[in-house]
Design a protein around this ligand. Structure first.
Ligand SMILES: Cc1cc2nc3c(=O)[nH]c(=O)nc-3n(C[C@H](O)[C@H](O)[C@H](O)COP(=O)(O)OP(=O)(O)OC[C@H]3O[C@@H](n4cnc5c(N)ncnc54)[C@H](O)[C@@H]3O)c2cc1C
Length: 456
């Protein structure tokens, strides 16, 4: 049993980082992917993702130091440059500026509010905070490096495996009050563990309310047919650690744990197990805009930071965001995009279905982009984006991730709902998911990431 691998499904940023985290701990790991490594149909492709410490929710700020260390470690291991430290400029209302400076000061992160050297249009109504440690990760190179490192240290990968279904024989796990009872059960069941897993999971599920009334000797059949009540207090846990994954074309693999890191597909896959998670999958667009000739070079990553703009929705009073990354991947084109969508929820298998597009919303989107660019940037042609690339966000209602064990399938761990901000800390998220799979005490307060929070 112990030689079975831990199976990770989904070779995006999170799944690959998780597979690497497990392999670094010496675990046998099988990483499965429906497409091919580095494909563009999920959420982890493209040349730029913002990395920064600054978060309004401290839980992420706390994860970032380790995430930075892990990116640096990967750079060393693979001898590549993944993170360009160019700084991140936060533009908010002047009133909200202190929200950001307070977090940065509290955590001893360097920042400045001097931006005269940048080709920005400034206005007193706005607050400007330049976080010096911030930068841009080359997402595709990061994924490749993480994947190559995983293979280099002995990880196994299979592409073209589209997970259709899975079965967890540890579904009904059980607990016994003391070691004697647990080992007695093990002895009784002995070599049936592989062949009669279904019976075992029933057998180990139950214990009598009053443990002292357990018979001194009991047979497998007695256990199987009795109706003792489930209880979770105990010292010793007995699990049937077998998970089987099945692909759409009839292949299967057996592991001892399954980690689902399926990005936008998580909702569909988990629904098959009766688990309905309030995930919203949206198509978002990355837009690149032309830098006018007079400003050529001024927005290059060597001299211009990435940034995030808080925008106040005057109708609802809510804040939404735009973000940009400086000129890097395409000469004289700067990426400035809306952190969200102007469309309805989508099915990830139909991301680019033209029937789902609305010309009216596309027009709204263009107008909003133009307004934001003209308000904050000098020398950018805001009439139309030169390149538009599709991507997907998988959002939870509170924008916090889901990092948890499946409520009924105890050998299945879920990493999902990265809500458009999961790339930067994906190596640390991988560590957390690895800890969950290995049943280690979590490093962080996991209540923010639990599935339970949706039931409150
Ligand atoms: C435009 C854009 C900009 C972003 N900017 C930032 C940023 O600046 N900073 C930041 O930190 N984050 C950013 N993000 C968010 C970040 O990129 C994502 O949170 C992260 O990449 C999600 O990774 P993932 O592994 O969960 O998903 P994915 O990358 O989608 O990986 C999931 C994988 O699972 C596979 N899969 C799914 N179903 C199955 C199945 N049934 N069988 C087998 N394989 C399956 C998929 O094919 C896919 O490869 C941005 C996202 C987008 C789209």
């Amino acid at each position: 049993m112990t030689s079975l691998p831990i199976i990770v499904v989904g070779a995006g940023a999170v799944g690959t980082a998780t597979a690497l985290a497990l392999r670094r701990r010496g675990e046998k790991v099988l990483l499965l992917e429906q497409f091919f490594i580095g494909h563009q149909r999920g959420s982890s492709h493209g040349p730029s993702r913002i990395i920064r410490y600054l978060y309004e929710s401290e839980r992420y700020t706390l994860m970032m130091p380790n995430a930075y260390k892990l990116w640096a470690k990967l750079e060393d291991e693979q001898n590549v440059n993944l993170n360009t430290k160019c700084g991140i400029l936060n533009i908010s209302s002047a009133a909200r500026k202190s929200v950001y400076t307070d977090i940065l000061s509290k955590n001893n992160f360097n920042f400045s509010d001097k931006i005269d050297h940048l080709p920005m249009k400034t206005c007193e109504e706005f607050g400007y905070v330049l976080e010096e440690e911030g930068g841009v990760l080359d997402a595709s190179a990061c994924l490749r490096a993480s994947f190559d490192q995983f293979l280099k240290i002995g990880g196994k990968f299979i592409d073209g495996f589209k997970l259709k279904d899975f079965q967890d024989d540890g579904k009904e796990t059980g607990f016994f009050k003391d070691r004697r009872q647990a080992s007695m059960l093990k002895l009784t069941l002995g070599n049936r563990i592989n062949t009669e897993a279904k019976h075992i999971r029933v057998g180990v599920k139950f214990r009598r309310d009053n443990a002292s009334k357990l018979p001194q000797r009991f047979s497998f059949l007695e256990l199987f047919f009795s109706s003792w009540r489930f209880s979770t207090f105990s010292q010793r846990k007995i699990l049937s650690k077998t998970v089987t994954v099945y692909s759409t074309d009839g292949k299967s693999h057996v592991g001892r744990k399954l980690i689902l890191a399926c990005g936008a597909w998580a909702k569909k896959i988990l629904a098959k197990t009766g688990l309905e998670i309030p995930l919203e999958v949206i198509k978002t667009e990355v837009s690149y805009w032309k830098v006018k000739p007079d400003f050529a070079g001024k927005y290059d990553i060597s001299c211009f930071p990435a940034g995030i703009i808080d925008v106040n929705n005057e109708e609802t009073g809510e804040i939404y965001h735009y973000y940009w990354t400086p000129v890097k991947e395409y000469p004289n084109l700067i990426k400035i995009s809306y952190h969200g969508t102007y469309r309805d929820e989508i099915d990830p298998d139909e991301r680019d279905d033209p029937k789902k597009e609305s010309s009216e919303r596309a027009k709204d989107q263009r107008e909003d982009h133009k307004r934001i660019i003209d308000l904050h940037f000098e020398g950018i042609d805001s009439s139309n984006p030169v390149i538009v690339e599709p991507c997907m966000y998988t959002n939870t209602p509170d924008n916090d991730f889901i990092l948890d064990v499946h409520p009924t399938m105890k050998n299945v761990v879920i990493g999902a709902g990265f809500s458009g901000h999961g790339f930067k800390m994906s190596p640390e998220t991988g560590e957390i998911l690895a800890e969950l799979a290995l049943e280690k005490e979590p490093t962080y307060d996991m209540s923010f990431f639990s599935l339970d929070r949706f039931n409150k």
